[in-house]
Design a protein around this ligand. Structure first.
Ligand code: NAD
Length: 370
């Protein structure tokens, strides 16, 4: 047996548990066919936790998250929690995990699957073979800067948000981007608005300094203004490998890039924290989509985004590149074989449910492992 790393699984609400069940099946398959086993612990988060404990995540679950080697998160939320007090709302569970684990680097890949080229609004030749990684700073910037809020002075109402970054915050997220690029296409675009924002110029100067330090000579660095980056993502996305950017621009650019791939049901993400004294990095992996209450419990969800998040977990937390590749390939093969969930259904394909797509992925994994 290669490992007894610990995974904390937090399925949450809505389609979260259905999608996480399909990952459970892959984990069982890996133990049997790949001799790779994990200690998987499960916990409550979001509305599922509120129903039992009247809070969105408990201290016990937080302790489990802090000690796990990686966390796999499903989704949280649902209309039945709309009137719950803000601090106990389902989203508060995810926000606490991100904050307490200090998950400062959000990784959002935009990868196209050949079987889904027609699902994007962009031309197939523009997106075929696309493989971008957007690294968004997640714990600082204008979403957190102080002062913020209403200020009334001499009868004039005014509202303020503050964009602020420290050198350390920029350096740590840039280091993640350079390190990732080293394992990929060795190219980083750093995106800001250094032409009009002081923080943008600060960001650009620090990224340049880091690149010139000699530690990243093998990485090609480009600076690109965020507005131009948005335009280039739609015009010629394949010019990018890794894009590193701040919280606000990352929010926008990652959604724009995601549209190249067609469906919300296909988008994974990872959020990484710092490296501790034992050399381990805190990390949480989750699909980009929410709890999809409209289809929850009906076996209609596409589990791909959660499965792909698990593949990222294997790749970035456990360095199991081959296993991660196999899962991604099996999802691609299942779609190519014509099995599709409703969200990515196309003419000539067979519509299957969440568990049916799980069956198809396991069958493809069997073929790949044969
Ligand atoms: P959503 O992502 O849940 O759903 C948007 C649409 O996409 C829905 O029609 C849904 O059926 C569809 N969809 C999403 N994922 C799918 C999948 N895997 N397979 C097939 N179809 C899929 O967004 P929403 O409807 O705006 O939000 C619903 C709830 O989820 C809200 O309570 C919201 O706060 C919460 N939410 C949670 C997260 C999270 O847990 N990280 C993220 C976004 C929204």
């Amino acid at each position: 047996m290669a490992s007894n790393k610990t995974i904390l699984m937090l399925p949450g609400d809505g389609i979260g548990p259905e999608a996480c069940n399909q990952v459970r099946r892959i984990i069982d398959w890996m133990a049997k066919r790949r001799s790779v086993s994990f200690d998987v612990k499960e916990g409550l988060v979001g509305g599922a936790c509120y129903d039992v404990h009247k809070e969105a995540v408990t201290d016990e679950t937080m302790a489990d998250a802090m000690s796990a080697d990686a966390v796999l998160f499903g989704a949280v939320g649902g209309p039945q929690y709309d009137n719950v007090e803000r601090h106990a709302r389902p989203e508060a569970g995810l926000l606490r995990l991100r904050k307490d684990m200090d998950l400062f680097a959000n990784l959002r890949p935009a990868v196209t699957f050949d079987a889904l080229l027609d699902a994007s609004t962009l031309k197939p030749e523009v997106i075929s073979g696309l493989d971008i990684m957007i690294v968004r700073e997640l714990t600082s910037g204008v979403y957190f800067g102080e002062p913020r809020g209403m200020q009334t002075y001499e009868g004039v109402e005014r509202c303020v948000d503050t964009q602020a970054y420290t050198r350390a915050e920029i350096e740590r997220v840039t280091a993640v981007a350079f390190d990732l690029a080293r394992k990929r296409g060795k190219k980083v675009h750093s995106s800001e608005k250094s032409n009009v924002m002081e923080t943008g110029l600060f960001w650009k100067n620090i990224v340049t300094e880091m690149h010139q330090s000699g530690d990243y000579d093998d990485i090609e660095l480009h600076h690109i203004l965020a507005d131009n980056c948005a335009m280039q993502l739609v015009k010629n996305p394949k010019q990018f490998d890794v894009i590193v950017t701040d919280n606000l621009f990352g929010d926008l650019l990652s959604d724009a890039a995601a549209m190249a791939t067609g469906s919300l049901g296909m988008l994974p993400s990872a959020s990484l924290g710092g490296i501790d004294e034992n050399g381990n990095r805190k990390a949480l992996y989750e699909p980009v989509h929410g709890s999809a209450p409209d289809i929850a419990g009906k076996d209609l969800a596409n589990p791909s985004a959660t499965m792909l998040s698990f593949a990222m977990l294997l790749r970035y937390s456990f360095d199991l590149q081959e296993d991660a590749n196999m899962i991604e390939q099996a999802i691609q093969n299942a779609m190519t074989s014509g099995k599709r969930t409703g969200d990515i259904m196309a003419d000539g394909c067979e519509q299957v449910g969440c568990s049916g797509f799980g069956d198809a992925v396991l069958a493809e994994l069997d073929k790949l492992a044969a």
